[in-house]
Design a protein. Structure first.
Length: 481
């Protein structure tokens, strides 16, 4: 069994190495440290343009100060800040520039014996990742120092601008390592592209300032969590394994380390909002300040960046309501009544969209680091969690479409009282109902799949019980001895 598991692990690790380096060969490895370093190298390789963090230049720092209204009378503290920043990051940046070139292609060395293939991180990779971490820490600390100095000299009314610049800087340094669309949305850029009118700006600008504060806090907390994750795992590896690469961690030890980290993370930051939650929350707050038609348009822009399917649905729904209401131009009471129903339903529509999109990564067991280290029962349990998550998301989408269909039905009823229903409205109603029926069909299919998985889990547990009984060598008898 151990050899079979090692072979399966080898296939998984080969795929990881191919993605991590074009010059790497397929390999097998059970070392948690090897796997952690390869995963980190893969994240960096996906965003190679951001592989080497870039410190702010002297021109950048002086432009920040000038843009924030720091006058010539503060030239001396600005000069001291610039010199301190340069001295803090110059040496570590130069060293990292030399070292980071070694990540490609010299990422891994390989050894083989007759029993298994083992991937061994090369010293170049190890030092490269350490240099990357050191450079990132140095730049973040220097940036924070520059922000504190400039913020202390800038007029109070310019501080929102400073927070916006700081949030953009943190995004440039940290955010490329996120693969979630909800994380990557920048509401400040979205608002700028939306071009609020002058009457709309006074309500939006304070919300954007609060948004930048929340984003700075969330990005800093997430970076700290990731750094602590690497530090914790390194400490556990050195504590249990020593500093050598030759030790291969067995499956049970690997799972124990992962559980230890998950417990640490749960205790470490239980109240921190994710970037996705921040973006959804502030999107709703900004949209609520806008007139109805503008609010729909802003939400649609957000949906387009987060999930094209929701963007298309939101656009279709908005267009149908707008066209339908234009047919009731001589019935202001009917228009007001329907608009009130739509506004009452809007919070639920937004919440259903948010839960459907973000629930997939919050589900139990969805995010696990080392699938090759799991038992057959654990893999089945993860598969069950994934199917249950998908079924729940489909249920939320179906409920959202049903709410839309009910609102469109109310629109159709009002129009039919004064004129013949247009064909496009009938087609749209039919389309919503067809999508809802398709969702129900898929939900039923997932329910059947869950039943099959439950049957497999029960069978695996029964086999394990039988094997345990057989290993006792007593034929299952328990005579109290």
């Amino acid at each position: 069994m151990h050899q079979n598991r090692a072979f399966v692990t080898g296939l998984a690790m080969a795929a990881l190495i191919v993605l991590a380096s074009a010059h790497a060969a397929s390999s097998q490895d059970g070392s948690l440290r090897t796997l952690e370093d390869m995963e980190r190298a893969m994240r960096l390789s996906r965003h190679r343009d951001h592989l080497i963090p870039t410190p702010l230049s002297e021109a950048d720092l002086r432009r920040w100060a000038a843009d924030l209204g720091v006058g010539p009378e503060h030239q001396e503290p600005i000069d001291l800040m610039v010199n301190h920043y340069d001295n803090t990051v110059r040496e570590v940046h130069a060293r990292a520039m030399r070292r980071l070139g070694s990540l490609w292609p010299a990422s891994f060395e390989y050894s083989r014996d007759r029993r298994e293939v083992q991937a061994i991180p090369s010293p170049a990779l190890t030092e490269t990742l350490r240099e990357h971490e050191s450079l990132m820490r140095a730049i973040l600390a220097a940036d924070q120092y520059a922000v504190s100095v400039i913020g202390g000299l800038a007029p109070p009314e310019r501080l929102p601008r400073l927070r916006a610049m700081q949030a953009a800087r943190l995004r440039a340094l940290l955010e490329p390592l996120s693969d979630w669309a909800e994380d990557r949305v920048d509401l400040a850029e979205l608002v700028a592209a939306f071009e609020p009118t002058e009457p709309e700006r006074p309500a939006i600008e304070p919300i954007l300032d609060q948004y930048h504060v929340a984003i700075i806090r969330a990005l800093t907390a997430r970076d700290y969590e990731w750094a602590m994750r690497r530090e914790l795992r390194a400490a556990l590896r050195e504590l249990e394994l020593g500093v050598g690469w030759e030790y291969v961690l067995d499956d049970e030890s690997r799972l124990r380390v992962n559980r230890a980290f998950e417990k640490w993370r749960a205790v470490g930051s239980p109240t921190e909002l994710t970037l996705a939650e921040i973006n959804w929350s502030f999107m709703r707050r900004i949209a609520d300040t806008l007139p109805r038609s503008r609010s729909w348009a802003f939400r649609a822009r957000f949906y387009r960046q987060v999930e094209p399917e929701f963007f298309e649905e939101e656009t279709e729904f908005h267009d149908a309501l707008s066209r339908g209401l234009s047919l009731l131009s001589d019935r202001p009471d009917e228009i007001a009544s329907l608009e009130a129903e739509v506004e009452a339903a809007r919070p639920r529509l937004d919440r259903l969209a948010e839960e459907a999109l973000t629930g997939r990564r919050l589900a139990p067991g969805h995010d696990f680091d080392h699938p090759h280290a799991l038992t057959r029962e654990q893999l089945l349990l993860h598969a069950r969690d994934a199917a249950e998550t998908e079924r729940h998301a489909l249920s939320l989408r179906r409920e959202r479409r049903q709410i839309m269909a009910a609102l469109v039905a109310g629109l159709a009823a009002r129009i039919s009282g004064v004129r013949e229903l247009p064909h496009w409205l009938e087609d749209y109603r039919r389309s919503l109902n067809d999508r809802s029926d398709a969702d129900r069909f898929r939900i039923d299919g997932l329910a059947a799949r869950l039943g099959q998985i439950d049957g497999l889990i029960a069978a695996v547990r029964e086999v394990e019980i039988d094997a345990s009984t057989h290993d006792r060598g007593d034929g299952g008898r328990d005579d109290g001895r």
